[in-house]
Unconditional design. Structure first.
Lengths: 264, 392
């Protein structure tokens, strides 16, 4: 099994939102009441939520002489080293060999540590549910297991979504930038962000202008906590030993000074 | 033994707040977290985690701090603070667990943490350590009711295992107080430079140690005022000196860390976040440090109450700054704690205070000075309060 990846080529996106419809149908998410949103983009719904695992964002940007619509897409990036999975205390989130970061709802305790951890602010919560858990794009892991493409990749009418082995997708993204340098900015979003992701975005304008979170480190996020957590066991042994020795020395000295031998 | 007490107006007020918290919790279980809370996808933790978990655990640090001073460093002068400290620690941890029961989406599955193996998760470590430490606190404290009930055999077992258990408690506290900070080292891009640091685990640990004596002093002042406990001003002044050193050390560490990682500029920016930082440092550290360095303040009840109250408030603001206020979010996303969120925490805090006040009146929590110590007249003979070893 080779790891899969997806290219989201925003220069080919026409904002038809067929991917959002396909996603909703495959994942069986209900429709929800939304309101028009015009702060960062003009999309509706404004952001991902428990019922929307992917979202096309609309941006009015002046490229060249006149204003134009430029689209962006929100979905789980399926990090190579997912911060969400590293933060989850019950291993409800795991990275599969095929690439998806999958969510096992039977293990979720609803602590929201993954939401806090995610550098792309992807996992969402169902606040109206008395037994809430997180929701996010599954990379259609169930489809991938049987050799199918993710639902969104099957419906895109303009070829903005490509799916294949990650190595091939990286090569393809590089080829597109190299052959049409006027169309693309020379950057693959997701190639190096937080150690690499399974979704690679291409764009005609800087990613910060179309609502993407930029300025992320190139190193895997879990490294940050790992540096501390890996010393847990030695720290436990060392501290217990030091405190024990200290207690013993102090009590011995006090006995020597004629205090009674009680430990209390 | 008699478990009953006469309820005062304070008790009735606390019970009313507990009822309020319980009523709001009921709404949460019917209508979902969104029906009572303002937490959202940008601020997934909010007041419940900032206060109800992070601050509550930091204040529960009083248990291990006083235990370490008395039992490990052998400063037996402060023995009278030990039992109240262990009881407060236990109640703080129980409060945090009650908070989890409201705040977690599926609290009935919280045991999942204990049957998972997630060594990459700071929360996994927090969960295990806090669970084990709560058991330690219960074993430590159980000596008091067991002695009162005359359960000699159970008591002698607890006394035999006291030293290793006590050491385990202090060690576990170091681990999970720091791992609450580790939890937040994961999101450098989300937390403002004023608060995010590689050293958050150590900052969390040291600030919890700093909270310890402050909470112990406040408790003693409160017990002297409302529970008729003999005020030991001599001991409080000594503990206040230790507190001054701890505040000074934490302040130096915090500022040193800020300068070392080159984020000192952020202190001077004209933003609400910088203001929040200065309130935290000015009122939570500098002012109490100045007060605690004045001998006349260390020997006055009002001076001690002010200084220690400020330290505790400063720890609360630090936890909120790191986990809620200092979060970098998109400009349209906001968060203000709702009445429901605050109501639940009021109920939990009131519950902890009520149980403390109740146990302090039916069990010998507070040690009276031996007759040869000339302080204020003792209200009870000291011999009546000699119970168990260890936490005795």
């Amino acid at each position: 099994m080779t790891a899969k990846a997806m290219i989201q080529d925003n220069t080919r996106c026409i904002g038809c939102r067929a991917c959002m419809v396909a996603c909703k149908s495959w994942n069986d998410r209900p429709a929800d009441q939304t309101t028009f949103f015009a702060a960062e983009g003009y999309q509706n719904p404004r952001d991902l939520d428990a019922n929307n695992y992917t979202n096309i964002t609309f941006h009015e940007i002046t490229t060249g002489a006149k204003p134009d619509w430029v689209f962006g897409r929100q979905l789980c990036m399926h990090c190579e080293h997912p911060a969400c999975a590293s933060a989850c205390p019950t291993t409800a989130l795991t990275k599969t060999p095929l690439g998806p970061v999958v969510f096992n709802e039977s293990r979720c305790i609803g602590c929201r540590a993954c939401m806090q951890a995610c550098p792309f602010i992807i996992p969402k919560y169902d606040y109206e549910n008395p037994a809430p858990m997180i929701h996010k794009c599954t990379f259609c892991s169930d489809r991938l297991e049987v050799g199918l493409k993710p639902a969104c990749a099957t419906v895109c009418p303009t070829g903005a979504i490509s799916f294949g082995d990650r190595d091939d997708m990286v090569a393809e993204a590089k080829r597109r930038i190299a052959t049409a340098p006027g169309t693309y900015i020379p950057e693959i979003y997701g190639l190096e962000e937080v150690g690499g992701t399974s979704v690679l975005h291409l764009s005609s304008v800087p990613f910060a202008q179309i609502g993407y979170i930029t300025g992320l480190p190139k190193t895997p996020m879990p490294d940050l906590t790992h540096r501390w957590l890996r010393v847990t066991a030695p720290a436990f042994a060392l501290l217990y030993g030091v405190f024990g020795a200290l207690t013993w020395i102090v009590h011995r000295r006090m006995r020597g000074q004629g205090h009674d031998g009680e430990t209390s | 033994m008699n478990w009953r007490i006469r309820l005062t107006w304070w008790d009735k007020l606390l019970l009313a707040l507990m009822a309020l918290g319980a009523a709001i919790t009921l709404v949460r279980y019917v209508g979902g977290i969104g029906s009572i809370a303002n937490i959202n996808d940008a601020y997934p933790w909010g007041w419940w985690v900032g206060y109800g978990i992070m601050t509550m655990i930091a204040l529960g640090g009083v248990g291990f701090t006083i235990t370490a001073i008395v039992e490990i460093l052998g400063v037996h002068r402060y023995h009278p603070f030990l039992r109240p400290a262990v009881l407060m620690g236990m109640l703080c941890y129980i409060s945090a667990i009650v908070m989890l029961m409201v705040e977690l989406g599926r609290p009935w599955k919280v045991w999942m943490i204990l049957v998972s193996w997630a060594p990459t998760s700071a929360l996994f470590e927090v969960g295990w350590c806090a669970f084990l430490y709560l058991n330690v606190l219960i074993l430590e404290f159980a000596q008091v009711p067991f002695a009162q009930l005359g359960w000699a055999r159970a008591l002698s077992i607890l006394r035999t295992v006291y030293i290793p258990i006590m050491l385990l408690g202090v060690t576990l506290s170091h681990l999970h107080q720091s791992s609450l900070g580790t939890l937040l080292t994961l999101i450098p891009h989300k937390i403002n430079d004023l608060w995010w640091s590689d050293n958050l685990p150590l900052l969390f640990l040291v600030s919890a140690m700093m909270a310890g004596p402050a909470v112990a002093i406040l408790e003693h002042l409160a017990a002297a005022r409302w529970l008729g406990v003999t005020l030991r001003m001599d001991l409080l002044a000594g503990l206040a000196r230790i507190e001054a050193w701890l505040v000074g050390f934490y302040l130096a560490f915090k500022m040193g860390d800020l300068f070392y990682r080159g984020a000192a500029d952020a202190m001077l920016s004209a933003t609400w976040l910088a203001l929040s930082f200065w309130v935290e440092v000015g009122f939570g550290l500098l002012l109490p440090l100045a007060l605690l360095m004045m001998p006349e303040m260390r020997e006055s009840r009002r001076g001690l109450a002010t200084a220690c109250g400020l330290v505790v408030a400063g720890v609360l603001l630090h936890r909120l700054n790191v986990a809620v206020i200092g979060l970098r979010v998109r400009h349209w996303e906001t968060y203000t704690p709702s009445f429901g969120e605050i109501g639940v925490t009021l109920g939990i805090t009131a519950g902890a205070l009520f149980v403390f006040g109740w146990l302090a009146r039916i069990l010998p929590i507070h040690e009276e000075p031996p007759p040869h110590v000339t302080v204020h007249p003792a209200t009870q003979p000291a011999s009546a309060l000699r119970g168990a070893e260890g936490v005795s």
